[in-house]
Design a protein around this ligand. Structure first.
Ligand SMILES: *Cc1c(COP(=O)(O)O)cnc(C)c1O
Length: 400
């Protein structure tokens, strides 16, 4: 197998960097991984590729790990695309699918990014990684670092869901609770970088987690027989999924692998308790202001300020998409309703997307017959605080 990565490219000013050295950011902003897609097109057959073993590493030619390097993997399965007719009808659409990421290692799609980030870290000889996290990324980093025999340091706000704190500790990471926000955690990681020599795995501060998230778009194309849905609803925090999927669609389009050139409209969904991207989108700005007093039980999207803000906003505009903030107080209700109608353990972040779907369908922005995909980015079971409910004690007979 050949290697198709040509260079890394600054997302802010286009500067090129060689692909065979470890690079993180340029001017504090993210880097793209670029491929020779002409060469991929000549040597890879789309229909061969989907006969490879199930899992995201089947797209190896579109991933940055060079041949001869073994991936650090925990078996990232191709996630199911489940029809959700009842829930769709409740929200006002006839063709709704849920891409259920809850069964990936660690119960969240953060494993897609981490299998790439940790594989590349090992490839460059990194022995120690660190990251600030709103929750699930810390757990995933700890699991993949454990699989690679690497040291991991995880810094989380002290009100991060308990499961996220314990899962990272269980996997042997050095976990610290920080009195403050994820941005304060990020400052700690950066301030100690020189002294510790660790690789900072923060969202979009190394270029490879994005490539892992890109595989959501590749899988979706494959699952829809290379014809993409009309609308994708995505709970947006740091934005790697939104940006990564759009990158996947561009690459697939360049490769000529799509049966229809019509690309999905991308919808960024946030809570009104933390919606910097929605605000910037509505104001027509390219960069987002930090969101003050950010709060939401959907911890994965509690990101008040993101280095990839302009990449998210560019994606929304290029795809003729939109950005929606849903009322924070409605999230637990949507979790219950959606889980009861589908049987899928809907996380608070995905529940926000259900609320957004209903709003956009009611406004006519989504038409009833359009094909819509909603991402369930984690299992509800990771949110013990949110799903708590009084369970009556058995007193010998059924009540009422
Ligand atoms: C991290 C996370 C998100 C946000 O993902 P980004 O791609 O960084 O925007 C959404 N949902 C869950 C459950 C998460 O853990």
């Amino acid at each position: 197998m050949s290697y198709y990565v040509t260079h890394l490219e600054s997302a802010i000013d286009g500067t090129h960097f060689p692909p065979d050295q470890l690079h993180t950011t340029h001017s504090g902003r993210p880097l793209w991984v670029r491929y020779d897609l002409e060469a991929v097109r000549r040597s890879v057959d789309r229909d061969q590729l989907i006969r490879r073993p199930s899992g995201l590493w089947r797209y190896r030619e579109l991933l940055p790990l060079p041949p001869g390097h073994e991936p650090v993997t925990l078996g990232e399965t191709i996630t199911p695309l489940l029809p959700a007719g009842e829930l769709g009808r409740l929200c006002g659409v006839q063709n709704l699918w849920i891409k259920d990421e809850s069964r990936l290692p660690g119960g969240t799609f953060k494993s897609r990014g981490m299998t790439l980030a940790i594989s590349m870290a090992r490839r460059f000889g990194v022995k120690r990684v660190a990251l600030p996290t709103a929750g699930n990324a810390g757990g995933a980093a700890a699991l993949y670092a454990a699989a690679a025999g690497m040291e991991a340091f995880v810094f989380m706000p002290d009100d991060t869901p308990a499961v996220n704190q314990y899962e990272a500790a269980l996997a042997g990471a050095r976990v610290y609770r920080v009195r403050g926000l994820i941005s304060d955690c990020g400052n700690i990681v950066r301030s100690l970088q020189h002294e510790t020599g660790w690789l900072d795995l923060s969202t979009l501060r190394e270029p490879y987690r994005l490539e892992g998230k890109k595989t959501m778009g590749l899988e979706l194309a494959e699952q829809f027989q290379w014809r993409l849905p009309d609308v994708i609803l995505y709970p947006t925090g740091g934005g790697t999924g939104l940006i990564g999927m759009w990158k996947a669609f561009q690459e697939l389009s360049t490769l000529g692998w799509l049966n229809s050139e019509k690309l999905p409209r991308m919808v960024a969904v946030q809570s009104d308790g933390c919606c910097p991207i929605v605000r910037a989108f509505q104001r027509g700005e390219r960069f987002a202001q930090p969101f003050p007093n950010a709060h939401t039980i959907a911890s994965g999207i509690r990101v008040p300020s993101a280095v990839g803000d302009f990449m998210m906003l560019d994606t929304l505009r290029a795809s003729q998409g939109t950005a929606v903030a849903v009322p924070e107080a409605s999230i637990p209700d949507w979790m219950r309703i959606a889980t009861r109608l589908t049987g899928i353990p809907i996380c608070p972040e995905a529940a926000a997307c259900v609320g957004a779907l209903q709003k956009l369908a009611a406004e006519g922005w989504i038409h009833p017959e359009e094909h819509v995909v909603l991402f369930n980015t984690a299992t509800a079971l990771k949110y013990v605080e949110t799903i708590q409910t009084p369970i009556p004690e058995w007193k010998g007979k059924l009540e009422r």
